[in-house]
Design a protein around this ligand. Structure first.
Ligand SMILES: Cc1cc2nc3c(=O)[nH]c(=O)nc-3n(C[C@H](O)[C@H](O)[C@H](O)COP(=O)(O)OP(=O)(O)OC[C@H]3O[C@@H](n4cnc5c(N)ncnc54)[C@H](O)[C@@H]3O)c2cc1C
Length: 377
């Protein structure tokens, strides 16, 4: 793998790092403690063009590529995982529109998404269909020139603030009976349900979406009827690079928190970093930081070069998110009792880390994908 970053990629990383450290880091703790959606920060990210990084220039984006996007996301996740997931889910939503959308759909929806005017939400999960999307029940029945959609979507990130949803519903029985739709926010029959109170990611929005005779014009079908499962799985391949990037950025934060604290804190007459047990934990976090970054960049680089990356995205997601959880555990341990107190950033990282092995495909599902792909070799 070529690990040479272009000047542009380095410049993007530096610019986003400076922005995140000065405009996100000082406010992240407060937004998370209050459980408040960081609308002001999201507006600033939009101003920097971060929602259009993967969108072609002709639709208002910068087409910066997956490696640049991953680097940017890592820098944001370093400061606030909630802001990072808001951005990455919007990008997950643009992906299927770019790949399967008609010219009209692209013009109508990618342009406001690139500018950040519309946040995106990806509505796949249902109360009885999580890891196995083929089991989903939300129905889309064609009536004249419209689809009438009925059902409930569960755990939808950005739902309350999204300008549009990419929603998967059933148009026929069986695995091949799913279809994908673009559903704009103001569509009749789409209601925002319960807002979830979560263990972490408290500044991100997660809601239930209720569809009651929701009328979607046939022009908003993405691709063709029956392509829904493929469209969703394809989008999730890219989404997993996003979650791996989020985790890699959070591991970096664990490392810096642990380093700074262990150099300052003294016990038994010396800085705790000088105790071998603590120093070994710092070493372990450093190894996971390097490895998570490399696996994530490797998957992103394959994507940029137009190569298959399903297996590599799952490997990166599996490794980085599991590594993050052990790093957060160790970093919090280094803080001793202070790590358990909400005032400290590591307490937030520890809670935010937990969901990363669950959403956009659990670790068990990543192992299934990797094992299946390996079997083909
Ligand atoms: C904060 C948050 C945000 C989310 N955002 C979104 C979103 O924006 N859009 C969206 O559509 N969804 C979203 N989700 C849903 C998320 O993707 C699902 O929770 C996840 O896919 C798992 O589904 P489930 O919760 O129904 O668990 P289940 O599928 O019921 O799994 C339960 C357990 O069984 C295991 N399991 C299941 N099948 C197998 C198998 N074949 N082999 C081995 N083990 C298996 C799982 O790994 C897990 O450990 C979000 C979830 C959370 C918590």
């Amino acid at each position: 793998m070529d690990l040479h970053f272009t000047e542009e990629q380095i410049m993007i990383k530096e610019m986003i790092r400076q922005f995140a450290r000065s405009h996100i880091e000082p406010f992240a703790q407060e937004y998370n403690l209050k459980g408040e959606f960081p609308s002001e920060i999201i507006k600033e990210l939009a101003g920097l063009g971060l929602f259009g990084m993967m969108i072609p220039e002709r639709y208002g984006g910068s087409d910066a590529g997956a490696v640049s996007y991953s680097l940017a996301l890592q820098e944001i996740a370093f400061s606030c995982a909630s802001v990072a997931v808001t951005l990455s889910v919007t990008n997950l939503t643009t992906e299927p529109i770019m790949k399967y959308g008609t010219e009209e759909q692209k013009r109508n929806y990618l342009i406001p998404m690139a500018s950040g005017e519309y946040l995106g939400a990806f509505a796949l999960t249902e109360p009885d269909a999580g890891s196995d999307p083929a089991g989903l029940r939300t129905s889309a029945v064609k009536k004249g020139s419209k689809y009438i959609i009925n059902g409930t979507k569960q755990f939808i990130t950005n739902g309350k603030y999204a300008g549009l949803f990419v929603l998967i519903a059933r148009t026929a029985p069986g695995r091949g009976g799913l279809s994908a739709f673009i559903v704009p926010r103001n569509t009749k029959g789409l209601k925002i349900g319960k807002e979830e109170k979560k263990m972490g990611l408290s500044a991100s929005n997660t809601v239930e979406i209720i569809l009651e005779d929701c009328e979607v014009p046939e022009e908003l079908l993405l691709g063709k009827e029956g392509m829904g499962l493929n469209i969703a799985l394809n989008a999730l391949d890219s989404g997993r690079i996003g979650i791996a990037s989020q985790a890699a950025g959070m591991i970096h934060a664990c490392l810096m928190e642990a380093l700074n604290y262990s150099k300052e804190r003294k016990q038994f007459g010396k800085a705790i970093i000088k105790h071998q047990a603590i120093n070994n934990m710092i070493a372990d976090i450093s190894v996971d930081h390097e490895a998570a970054g490399l696996l994530t960049w490797s998957a992103a680089s394959l994507k940029d070069r137009g190569k298959a990356f399903t297996k590599e995205a799952s490997i990166a997601k599996l490794f980085a998110t599991e590594a993050l959880n052990r790093c957060a555990y160790k970093a919090l341990q280094i803080f001793g009792g202070y790590g358990y107190i909400k005032e400290y950033k590591i307490e937030r990282i520890y809670r935010d880390a937990r969901v990363t092995t669950i959403y956009e495909g659990t670790s068990e599902i990543q192992r299934m994908v990797i094992g299946r792909e390996a079997e083909r070799m």
